[in-house]
Design a protein around this ligand. Structure first.
Ligand code: MC0
Length: 144
């Protein structure tokens, strides 16, 4: 068996209309702690990472995503599907190497090269149409 490219579930990305209300819900209901907040103009989101557990090579989080406008990936998703799971982010050791390997297998990439993600990570998205309807993100954590 070949070694897995994916080292852990880094985060579950959840589209929401009101970031503050969603943070309050996750803190009050599950006792999660906010590990970071950021406005990422390039991705069109205001987001928060809530720590769930530590894992080898990084940690795992719930990522809450509020769109900066309707004409963004999360804004369009909210319009068509409403609030809910938007994408899954998997940990990888080396995001560039993982992209090369995956695209060699014919999977459609959203990002040909890594971009800036939450908590200083390098990230890249794979197209949901190539991954059984699941928008999939590869995450190389900062410092790894
Ligand atoms: C769209 N589709 C999805 C989807 N978004 N399917 C599953 N999960 C999603 N999240 C489907 C639609 O239902 C539609 O299918 C088709 O893809 C085209 O959708 P669209 O609304 O016309 O949108 P496009 O084509 O303009 O863009 C889709 C695409 C985009 C995946 C390329 O959303 C994108 O670039 N996403 C990656 C960036 C991103 O999501 N950034 C926000 C999170 P039908 O069957 O109706 O044709 S940023 C983030 O998360 C960072 C901060 C981090 O983690 O660090």
């Amino acid at each position: 068996m070949t070694a897995s490219l994916l080292t852990r579930i880094d985060h579950v990305g959840i589209a929401c209309r009101d970031l503050e209300a969603s943070i309050e819900f996750y803190v009050a209901t599950f006792g999660l702690v906010v590990a970071g907040r950021e406005t990422n103009e390039a991705q069109g989101v205001k987001e928060a990472m809530l720590h769930v557990a530590d894992a080898p090579g990084g940690a795992s989080y719930v990522q809450l995503l509020e769109p900066l406008s309707a004409d963004t990936p999360v804004g369009k998703f909210l319009d068509s599907r409403g609030e809910g799971v938007h994408h899954i982010g998997y940990g990888v050791v080396d995001v560039s190497a993982a992209l090369e390997q995956i695209s060699g297998g014919g999977i459609r990439l959203v990002d040909e090269r890594p971009r800036h993600g939450s908590l200083g990570a390098s990230i890249a998205f794979l197209h949901p149409k190539s991954v059984g309807g699941v928008l999939t993100e590869l995450v190389q954590s900062a410092g790894h």
